[in-house]
Write a protein that binds this ligand. Structure first.
Ligand code: ATP
Ligand code: MG
Length: 647
């Protein structure tokens, strides 16, 4: 590959601030010099019923933060506000897919959470018990989570798009006593029969004693012997529940990862460390002010929703928008319509949603008033520079900084991002910039040695941080093996990255998604971004196929933008474009046009499936695949082309 790569050349073009990050540099330097003091200082922003004795108890690879300290997560999100002016402020502005809206003030949310905690208590749930929550994006979902937290129960939220098998696996893994669901959910105008899915799993989940069912869809459901209506239980519930003050290291929740690279893992987060991390990062990255209206588009079924819809914004007393439905329903304009309608000031979304909107052109977003926005954010995948530019210009009108936040379910909160609450630094489209203060992340080579600027390697974290997972549920050995065995003493996230001459970090995709072509290591991200920089291409996914001469051959699956036909000409044009942007080494061996790519339900491209198809291997776990039709289409496209080539 020609070096520096295209991604790298993009750097430094956008400068919206002349400051060069001195403030950030100083804070980060001090934080890493005395990390325990630094994090203890952050932890003081929380409400503790008992202060900790020790900041960090580090028995690698197990970290315990703020040992001896006691607190309650729901007190930190709610009780702390109800004696202040925030009491009557909107906590959640909820919008249903059908346009219906509901607003809950902090006081209203507080009352509901207290009542629900009492409901759980009455059903014999106590500290440490697990509760599976399988609900649509309704305010009752955070109410259920905070209700669990109030009594020290551990929630395990399962994304409401999952099938009975996926739900059953997660209930059994966590051995949950209670399942909370709804009579139905709504997605793209269609009813999702959640209760039916629960009923299907029920015979196979013996740990479950009770099922709580919220009325949402007006769907006719049968109540069995374990079932209770949410509203009936709430009617008799007392309005106040004394919070259970738990140890700082008490598990707050279990959450399964997206399954992009394999079988999902049950990540456990503690209470004090986790809350400290998400509180601090929200302050640094989003810089919430009293006028802000925060719109995080994630589903609460994923970690972004846990950390930056439920815990961090509520601890900060922020007002946030919670949206129930699909990004493109009824039209591919829904996020813009919501920004305009509710006056969102911060939008936090994903590259996959942006690529979808971009496919339909500028006219749609241009027809909305987006002037309330002051800050844009992205998470979930590397953002292609082309998409970043579109977000910056068309959505942010070149006014709003973009925070590209890199982190994982396992990290609990943001690890790399520009921190606008500290200072806005010059941005580089596609770079997540720097580690947040107190996080010791660097790029290393195969041997674990820090690499010089411009060299690709693996991102690692050299010291524990407060949001770090406690372990994997019931599997300390797997925890050790997945995250701590590749490099001695360093946490291994499994992502490929590089550090540029200015010290900016660039995430280059999954380490196991790297292609080795004729001795060169090519990041999937760089290749895909080069495809997406062609005017006709909306989305791209590349995979490698074993090749006897080159090691690996590059196979590309491309989704053309609206108005561009899939043709032989386009294929040639795209290949020429790749050769001119990345060099001949990156020439794809096969290019397939498809209408959609196989994605996880959290919207990430599942490259491992493409790789399996291209190499003729068995396709592994697909329980988290969003749309089975996408994989059929890819298989078909592959078969068709093979036939053409062979005949
Ligand atoms: P699994 O671990 O089961 O394969 P997953 O890694 O997709 O699933 P998540 O924890 O939801 O599950 O996602 C974290 C991953 O998402 C990161 O490791 C990284 O690959 C990617 N990611 C998240 N944010 C960014 C970002 N801003 N830039 C680049 N990559 C990102
Ligand atoms: Mg992962």
């Amino acid at each position: 590959m020609s070096s520096p790569s295209k991604l790298y050349e993009e750097s430094g073009k956008i400068k919206i601030s002349v400051r060069l990050g001195k403030r950030l540099e100083n804070i980060s330097k001090d934080a890493l010099a005395e990390p325990e003091e630094f994090w203890a200082e952050q932890a003081k922003s929380l409400v503790w019923s008992k202060e900790w004795d020790k900041v960090l108890d580090w028995h690698p690879p197990f970290a315990k933060w703020f040992t001896g300290g006691k607190l309650n997560a729901s007190v930190n999100c709610l009780d702390r506000h109800i004696k202040t002016d925030i009491k009557n402020k909107a906590a959640i502005i909820w919008e249903g897919e059908n346009g219906e809206t509901r607003t809950l003030s902090y006081f209203q949310l507080y009352k509901e959470v207290n009542k629900f905690a009492n409901v759980l208590k009455k059903l014999n749930v106590s500290k440490g018990d697990r509760v599976t929550i399988y609900m649509p994006m309704l305010p009752e979902l955070p109410i259920a989570m905070l209700g669990c937290a109030r009594i020290g129960a551990v929630h395990s939220v399962v994304f409401s798009g999952f099938s009975a098998q996926a739900l059953q696996d997660r209930i059994n893994d966590a051995q949950s006593k209670i399942v909370i669901t709804a009579d139905g959910g709504v997605r793209k105008g269609k009813l999702i029969e959640l209760k039916k899915v629960v009923d299907e799993s029920l015979p196979f989940v013996p740990s479950v004693e009770h099922v709580i069912v919220l009325k949402r869809a007006g769907n006719d459901v049968m109540l069995g012997s374990k079932d209770h209506w949410w509203n009936e239980l709430m009617e008799g519930a007392k309005p106040y529940c004394t919070p259970v003050q738990v140890e700082s290291t008490h598990p707050l929740y279990i959450l399964y990862t997206s399954g992009t690279t394999g079988k999902p893992k049950g990540v456990i987060h503690g209470t004090g460390g986790y809350l400290t991390h998400v509180y601090a990062t929200a302050k640094w990255v989003f810089d919430f002010g009293s006028q802000d209206i925060f719109f995080c588009t994630a589903d609460i079924g994923w970690v972004t929703g846990h950390s930056y819809i439920v815990y961090a914004p509520l601890m900060h007393g922020a007002t946030e928008i919670m949206y129930e439905g699909a990004a493109d329903f009824p039209k591919p304009d829904r996020y813009w319509a919501i920004v305009e309608k509710h006056g969102a000031t911060i939008l936090y979304t994903t590259p996959t949603a942006l690529r979808m909107y971009m496919k339909y052109g500028d006219e749609i977003p241009n027809s909305f008033d987006l002037s309330s926005l002051r800050l844009l954010g992205t998470v979930g995948e590397p953002i292609n520079p082309e998409v970043w530019m579109w977000y910056f210009k068309t959505i942010g009108k070149e006014r709003c900084p973009i925070v590209d936040t890199w982190w994982q379910t396992e990290t609990g909160g943001i690890m790399l991002s520009m921190c606008t609450g500290i200072e806005t630094i010059p941005m580089k489209p596609g770079s997540a910039t720097f580690p947040v203060p107190g996080v010791d992340a660097v790029v290393v080579d195969e041997k674990g040695k820090t690499v010089p600027a411009g060299t690709k390697g693996y991102i690692v974290v050299r010291r524990p941080w407060p949001g770090m997972l406690l372990t994997l549920w019931g599997d300390d050995e797997k925890y050790r093996q997945v995250y701590w065995s590749k490099f001695a003493g360093m946490y291994y996230p499994g992502d490929y990255a590089l550090n540029d001459q200015d010290g900016y970090l660039w995430l280059l995709g999954r380490a196991d998604d790297v292609l080795k072509v004729a001795g060169h290591r090519l990041g999937t991200m760089e290749l895909e971004s080069a495809f997406v920089s062609h005017k006709a291409i909306a989305e791209a996914a590349v995979a490698g196929r074993p090749d006897s001469t080159k090691g690996e051959a590059i196979i590309a699956f491309l989704v053309p933008k609206e108005g561009y036909a899939k043709s032989e000409n386009l294929r040639k044009e795209v290949v020429a474009h790749i050769r001119s942007t990345l060099g001949s080494i990156a020439t794809p061996d096969e290019v397939y046009f498809v209408s959609k790519l196989p994605k996880t339900r959290s919207g990430k491209i599942m490259r491992r499936l493409l790789k399996s198809i291209a190499s003729g291997d068995k396709i592994g776990d697909v329980t988290t695949l969003e749309d089975g039709a996408a994989i059929d289409e890819v298989k078909q496209a592959y078969e068709d082309l093979k036939n053409v080539v062979e005949s």
